[in-house]
Unconditional design. Structure first.
Length: 249
């Protein structure tokens, strides 16, 4: 099953992505291939994993390469080798980090190699989770396979809800291969959804659930602790588990 998470910066989509992965692990839905496709990558920190290389760095190196790669390898074999080396492996989840913008120039060929690499890699995992950027760049480039469920994360503000609606518009206009699209509203306090309901309705998105404004998330973030280690009774953990039961499990 291929899952993706998108949303405006600062809405908590990486928090949701990490807790989505946590829930899959808890329910023994492993191994999981996680891809951090946000230019402001921090899924590795939320998962408590160390990343040394990003895909962007590898693509730039490939594009700037003169002549044959070291060791007498052809370019295709070399970039596949480097891509494989960039995969951070753990017991239940393996992680690829895309990194920042690729810069000027055409990256069509290396992006095509990246797509083929991820498709080949993804075949080894029953679950794929992508923490995307709001613009859905990697989805629009077809870097990933078809998406079964896209979670659009918004915080509890009218501006963010409208931004979530624009994500759905991108999906519709580009006719992306996305089966189900759901809205998740984060950092919700009592009575706020009733106030935002009109804006939510305008997005055309089905709100599958809400996440509470759980202070434990900020506490773990401040101390550099993995969100995967949040206790089972944490309010936000329980909320994500309910969402996953409705949509994935």
């Amino acid at each position: 099953m291929n899952l993706a998470v998108a949303g405006k910066g600062g809405t908590g989509k990486t928090t949701f992505s990490s807790l989505l992965i946590r829930t899959l692990i808890k329910n023994e839905k492993t191994p999981i291939l996680a891809v951090d496709a946000d230019a402001n990558a921090n899924l590795d920190e939320a998962l408590g994993m160390d990343v040394n290389n990003t895909i962007t760095e590898l693509l730039k190196e490939f594009k700037e390469m003169d002549g044959r790669p070291p060791g007498g390898m052809d370019k295709l074999s070399y970039i596949e080798y480097k891509l494989s080396a960039s995969l951070v492996e753990d017991d239940d989840v393996d992680l690829l980090v895309m990194g920042g913008p690729t810069g000027p120039g055409c990256y069509c060929y290396p992006n095509d190699l990246l797509k083929k690499f991820i498709e080949k890699l993804n075949a080894n995992y029953p679950y794929f989770v992508m923490d995307n950027e709001a613009g859905l760049e990697h989805l629009s480039r077809r870097t990933t396979q078809d998406i079964d469920v896209l979670f659009v994360v918004s915080d509890a503000s009218a501006r963010s809800i409208r931004s979530a609606g624009r994500v759905k518009k991108i999906v519709d206009e580009l006719e992306l291969d996305v089966d189900q699209v759901y809205l998740v509203v984060n950092r919700v306090r009592e009575g706020i959804i009733e106030i935002l309901q009109e804006e939510i309705d305008k997005t055309g998105l089905e709100m599958i659930g809400t996440l509470p404004d759980d202070p434990q998330v900020m506490e773990y973030d401040l101390h550099g602790k993995s969100l995967v280690d949040l206790p089972d009774d944490a309010l936000v953990v329980q909320a994500v588990e309910e969402l996953v039961k409705k949509t994935v499990l």
